[in-house]
Design a protein around this ligand. Structure first.
Ligand code: S3P
Length: 171
């Protein structure tokens, strides 16, 4: 089984994913870290040196690699997607068709608060109005996920427990 986590930057995909994988004894992969490892440089450098389009191509390739690898090996997986992965039309259907996709829903203000001052995300390098527009655009994409959990009031572990309940998984 492959559980993928989607939602806006800062909503907790990686932290919840790690908890969830631990509770279920599944493998955990953070797609951003996987892309960085394959590219041999960090995401801000990929955006700066190669551009967003190149980053999306690497992200699409990574998501296919990881899902297919898990299907071939039969290894259960929790996959934390990037906040923009579902915006790539060529892999959106593939993700929704091959994983149990969970949308971690949070308010924009909370996401920005949780990201904090030390923000290195290239997609947030824009005006407050543009960030709000991006958030609204993205929300429509996240709503394609068949499962949604509101993370506002919950810690990472509680959220992971709710996902297990929602998917009716035993552990
Ligand atoms: C992005 C989100 C980031 C990362 C990249 C682009 C986006 O992931 O993939 O900076 O387009 O929303 P997180 O959501 O893990 O921060």
């Amino acid at each position: 089984m492959i559980i993928s986590l989607t939602g806006f930057m800062g909503c907790g995909k990686s932290s919840v994913g790690k908890e969830l994988a631990e509770l279920l004894s599944f493998r955990f992969i953070d797609l951003d870290r996987y892309v960085e490892h394959k590219a041999g440089k960090n995401i801000p450098d990929i955006f700066r040196e190669d551009g967003e389009e190149r980053f999306r191509a690497l992200e699409a390739e990574a998501v296919r690699d990881v899902i297919i690898m898990s299907q071939i090996t039969g290894e259960d997986l929790v996959l934390a997607l990037g906040g923009g992965t579902l915006s790539i039309s060529s892999v959106r259907g593939f993700i929704l068709g091959n994983t149990s996709c969970i949308y971690l829903k949070a308010e924009l203000e909370d996401c920005l608060k949780w990201i904090g001052e030390r923000n290195s995300r290239p997609m947030l390098n824009r005006s407050g109005k543009e960030i709000r527009e991006l958030f609204e655009e993205r929300t429509k994409l996240y709503e394609n996920a068949p499962f949604c959990i509101d993370v506002t009031e919950n810690g990472y572990k509680e959220t992971a427990e709710s996902i297990i309940g929602k998917l009716r998984l035993n552990r």
